[in-house]
Design a protein around this ligand. Structure first.
Ligand code: EPZ
Length: 429
């Protein structure tokens, strides 16, 4: 298993190109199941999760071709992939595939909408919390589907097709919003989704579905209205920049000090997180094609954050912000409200010398003057990258094990940081 070795102490200076968003690319790829025409996605990041979903979609009959070569490391160098689901050959998503990636459960929406049936394995637990699927089931039932659970599978059927309805999410869910938006696009009549997720990835999916002929309004607000159509066509769509990758590198620069331009991204995708970084003493300015992050001199001020659905502080940046706060000049409090078990990085940060105490959903982080390198490992993607951020300032050597977590969501991480002066390398084994 590969490891990442970091020698801490170097400031980051230079340019980091931001890739297409993993969490937009995944639902966009799944949307290709809605049409027998070709959906072309540009700026698709090269990530293990994307490759895994390609395999899963292939099982349902989606063919794909990749155009262009893998270009140099620059913004917008993501791949262009053409997805064609001419014929759906299988409406079952088996346990072996769904258990590897939760987002693959989302195929239930398009399969039900287009084929009027789907048999999809329950995704099961996950390192960051229980992550149930009740909102998907209730929402699809509201659109007229019958749903049974049989031997670990959700068996869904909509004889004669789905029918539009009004559905209010009792809790905000990104995945359930994606799925109901896709399903309702091919339902008969109008669907109104209330208390929908407002994440930029939801807006990106709505844009793509509209380019395919769907009639969706209100994405990005809590109320999304979808007028069902009888068929969708192919389209060409560019995946939006990855706001979590953007925020992660901004936090890395905040941690090490330095001056870095994050290229090909947009500050409006993560305003709350940038406000928190500003409060911590980091200067962030928009550039023509991205943003510039600077921390020269001055310490890191402690800042309290509470994770919340968009436009709140993203749970996917909570671990990285905690890493930053381990070096602040005081005490900060970080509260996680989305996932009940997303503090797996705490004990690993402690191995580097961080002082963190947990009480329920809140972490109290007391800044320390130095961290000291050590071998660490993490059990999820964002937790792993928080250890990289800590390693960038820790004295001596930090080895991050189980790099496959990082490869799920960060494209060419060591190359991007290395180009800005970090001493970081991948050790293959
Ligand atoms: C998406 O997961 C992201 N994944 C996650 O990113 C992200 O952390 C999360 O949204 C929150 O922003 C992708 O986009 C692929 P949710 P999702 O449904 O859709 C509860 C990463 O690191 N819930 O919005 O699975 C759930 O347990 C990943 O890139 C129910 O109770 O998250 C959680 O507490 C990790 N019942 C809350 O809602 C349901 O039926 C929000 O989850 C569904 C969800």
């Amino acid at each position: 298993m590969d490891r990442i070795r970091i020698r801490g102490g170097n400031a980051l200076n230079g340019t980091i190109p931001i890739s297409g968003a993993k969490n937009a690319a995944l639902p966009l790829m799944i949307a290709s199941l809605l049409t027998d025409d070709t959906l072309t996605l540009e700026n698709v990041p090269h990530l293990a999760d994307v490759e895994q979903l390609i395999r899963i979609l292939g099982n349902h009959g989606v063919d794909y071709t990749v155009s262009g070569k893998r270009l140099a490391l620059s913004a917008g160098s993501g791949r262009t992939i053409h997805f064609t689901a001419r014929t759906i050959v299988d409406t079952t998503a088996p346990y072996e595939l769904v258990s590897k990636m939760r987002a693959s459960f989302w195929v239930i929406g398009p399969l039900l909408a287009r084929m009027h049936k789907a048999r999809v394995s329950l995704p099961g637990g996950c390192a960051i919390g229980t992550r149930p699927v009740d909102l998907f089931i209730d929402g699809l039932r509201a659109l007229g589907a019958t749903i049974d659970i049989d031997a670990g599978y959700i068996v869904a059927e909509a004889k004669g097709g789905l029918v539009g309805n009004r559905f209010t999410f009792p809790k905000v869910s990104v995945g359930a919003t994606h799925v109901l938006m896709m399903a309702a696009s091919l339902a008969k009549g109008q669907t109104v989704l209330e208390n929908a997720a407002r994440e930029p990835e939801v807006v990106d999916l709505a844009k793509c579905l509209n380019a395919m002929g769907a009639r969706i309004t209100g994405a990005g607000t809590p109320t999304i209205t979808i007028e069902g159509v009888t068929a969708l066509s192919g389209a060409r769509h560019r995946v939006l920049p990855d706001r979590i990758e953007t925020g992660t590198y901004a936090m890395a620069v905040a941690m090490t000090g330095g001056d870095v331009v994050l290229e090909g991204t947009r500050s409006d995708l993560l305003q709350t997180a940038l406000t928190a970084l500003g409060d911590a003493g980091v200067e962030i300015t928009d550039t023509e094609d991205g943003m510039r992050v600077v921390r020269n001199g001055g310490g890191i001020r402690p800042v309290d954050v509470v994770t919340d659905p968009f436009p709140g502080f993203p749970t996917d940046l909570q671990a990285q912000f905690m890493a930053l706060m381990t070096r602040s000049d005081g005490v900060s409090h970080i509260t996680e409200t989305i996932f009940e078990n997303r503090f797996m990085h705490v004990q690993e940060l402690a191995r580097l010398g961080a002082k963190i105490t947990l009480s329920g959903q809140m972490a109290r982080v007391e800044g320390v003057p130095r961290l000291v390198g050590a071998p660490v490992m993490a059990t999820d993607l964002r937790a792993s990258v928080s250890l990289v951020i800590a390693g960038l300032v820790a004295d001596g050597e930090t080895t991050v094990n189980r790099v496959y977590h990082l490869d799920r969501g960060f494209e060419r991480l060591e190359e991007k940081l290395g180009r800005c002066g970090a001493e970081i390398e991948r050790i293959s084994s």
